[in-house]
Design a protein around this ligand. Sequence first.
Ligand SMILES: [Zn+2]
Length: 348
Amino acid sequence: MLPVTPDMTTTAPRSPLLALVSLLALAGCGGDDDPYAHYFRAKPYSTAECNQADAALGGRREIRLFTYGNADAPPFSRSLQRYYQRHGLRFFSKDPVMQVAQDYILDTDGGALNAGLAREFPGVDLDDEDALRRDPALYERVVKYTMNFVFRPILEFARSHGTVGTEVTNLVVVPEILRPDGDSVLEPGAQVAGLAISPALLEVFAQQDLDEAATWKLLDLPKDFTPMMFLDGRVLALLMSARPDLADLVAAHEFGHTAALVHRLTENNLMFPSVHPGSACTDGLEDDQLAAMRGTLADGHRMALTRRDAPAAPGAGTLEAALPVHELQGLVRGEPGALRRIVRRFAH
Ligand SMILES: [Zn+2]
């Protein structure tokens, strides 16, 4: 029953129909006036343990949803909410689902990459390992060109939509993470479900001296870009119909990355590098991970970061970590394994 306030009784509605309509409108949105609340209205789990809530991440976080074409984004924002309900983290949107211009986010067209390299570096034999080692400046330009080719869709997205601050997370559902007509870069049976990056995660990569840091450093991302997570609509839809709890884990895992969590090789940890049939909604985060997330999603939901000065020009070690010379040669020779190794390092 809807409460009737004294004001409502003194201001009589002009017609019964109007009163009925306004009461229905109130009832229809559960009493709140958030037009996008349904993006995050998650059903409880059938496993009672996964519905027990604490306040480890208590707070609210704005999510901006993006999709390409008809891919349906809200099922995955609900997945995200269903998982983090257990820690008191509530998501909301201020905008309707927006459209992105690209239907994939990693360009794996090896032929086009090679043609681009040949155009960009005319007369240079990129297959000559010694020549590249003798000329670090050339090597740097080649590595930068290659990385900016593969990551171009992400960079374009970040430039178009990644400048609204770090207190918001962009969640993008694309039909496929990998370019649909690109080279096959995955082992048989392997699937890329998602990819995520944020300024806070880059800081952690840099502090821990992880190889990922080297590549991201070479990419021209906007300063303090908005954290972004990408989900593969095809893989997620398959999970959603077979094991929806696994779809929740993928969305929650990628959000964990945006909040600066790195992988943890503990079975049944949310940040384990892959979901598998043994994964379950009970897969969780340890106290130190929750504390790290709290720090990132701090009061006001700003990333708690001490931003360093702009990184120095990448050194030879950085370049070698981003794209070892032998892998570059593999790329130039069209060996599928080379592109595979680059992609595997980032799509997780
Ligand atoms: Zn991951």
